[in-house]
Design a protein around this ligand. Structure first.
Ligand code: NDP
Length: 337
């Protein structure tokens, strides 16, 4: 049983010393337990927060403890009535080959799911996050303009496609020409801008002549700076993530614009609301799953995964995710199935 444990808390970007690969015996399930073998491990930006000991909405991973993570797994042996050998499940095994579970928080995916790894993306946490933040906080009306960054990732791509289904104009922001071309051609966004361009703010202004009504905040930083002047009176901002800041070790240099921002919120009567998906919206998951299942069935949603083979590749793949090296939902294929 190979597993990655947190070896040290990163200062800035995680590096080769952050996680340590260990090999231990495969655990044996006792009464009321089952043994799960990880097939797919999800890599998600929130994992950077768990490596830190700063106070947050969820507990940090302890030093020497297995790194946390959502997984799709198969039941190897079960002493539980609700799960049998061979079942596919959505679980929280973390970064390891095998894990014991008493079934708490484990969801069955049946015997032969068509796309098991989708439970970590479009049909799971990121897809639900996109849908809930957009519909419950963004509340877009047909004809309005939505802006979303990390536009080709699992959250951003879903936000934009739902925005189009709801009759909005959607402006994406992504890193590089290939991602932007994909957002327009494959995802159906009206436009997509490269945040690395020197004149990004001017491009955003030109692309949003009627302003922005919903800014789905995934990244913060320069994108947020460029968006705020474009926000319309009454605009909504679901604050989902600030991935450009996750490796930051200090606040950016002044001038202090805190009061300028509050002035914008006041004068434009903005709604700015942060949310943590399962804390805020867990009861809505069935509604999301029904809507998303129907859209996928009707061919209205495109979903891109980037599957990387081998548990040992996970640390580097995770470091790259925070820098935009992923193109689509990054998943590690741990098992051989
Ligand atoms: P992605 O797969 O989209 O990966 C993150 C992306 O962020 C990168 O690919 C990169 O895309 C972009 N990025 C990185 N650095 C910068 C930067 N400096 N400026 C602009 N963009 C940058 O991630 P997810 O779709 O899984 O997650 C998107 C956001 O949603 C994250 O902030 C995450 O923390 C948040 N989230 C929040 C949840 C909640 O409950 N609140 C739940 C799930 C996710 P590119 O190359 O295009 O710039």
């Amino acid at each position: 049983n190979r597993r990655f444990v947190l070896a040290s808390r990163p200062k800035g970007e995680p590096d080769a010393n952050t996680l340590r690969l260990e090999t231990v015996d495969v655990p044996v399930p006792g009464p009321g337990q089952m043994l799960l073998r990880t097939e797919f491990l999800s890599l998600d930006p929130y994992m950077r927060g768990r490596m830190s000991d700063a106070k947050s909405y969820a507990a940090s991973v302890e030093i020497d403890a297995v790194m946390v993570g959502g997984t799709v797994a198969r039941v190897v042996r079960s002493n539980l009535d609700a799960f049998s050998e061979g079942d596919w499940v959505l679980s929280f095994n973390g970064w390891q080959d095998y894990a014991l579970s008493d079934g708490t928080g484990v969801t069955s995916l049946g015997r032969e799911p068509a796309h098991p790894s989708w439970a970590l993306g479009i049909m799971g946490m990121p897809g639900f996050t996109a849908w809930a933040g957009l519909t419950q906080i963004g509340k877009p009306k047909p004809g309005e303009t939505i802006c979303v960054a990390a536009a080709t990732g699992p959250v951003g791509a879903t936000v934009g496609q739902i925005g189009k289904i709801l009759g909005c104009r959607v402006i994406g922001v992504a890193g590089g020409a290939d991602k932007c071309a994909y957002a327009v051609k494959d995802l159906g966004f009206d436009a997509c801008l490269d945040h690395k361009a020197d004149d990004f703010a001017a491009q955003l202004k030109a692309a949003t002549p009627d302003g922005i009504d919903v800014y789905y905040e995934n990244v913060g930083g320069k994108v947020l700076d460029a968006v705020i002047p474009q926000l319309n009176t009454g605009a909504r901002m679901p604050v989902c993530g600030l991935v450009s800041q996750y490796n930051a070790t200090s606040l950016p240099e002044g001038p202090d614009r805190m009061n300028w921002l509050m002035g914008q919120i006041l004068r434009k009567q903005l709604t700015v609301r942060g949310f943590i998906i399962f804390n805020d919206f867990a009861p809505l998951y069935p509604e999301f799953a029904k809507a998303m299942g129907a859209w996928i069935g009707a061919g209205k949603i495109v979903y891109r995964e980037e599957i990387i083979d081998g548990l040992e590749a996970a640390p580097e793949a995770f470091i790259g995710l925070l820098k935009g090296e992923n193109f689509g939902k990054r998943v590690i294929r741990v098992g051989s199935t």
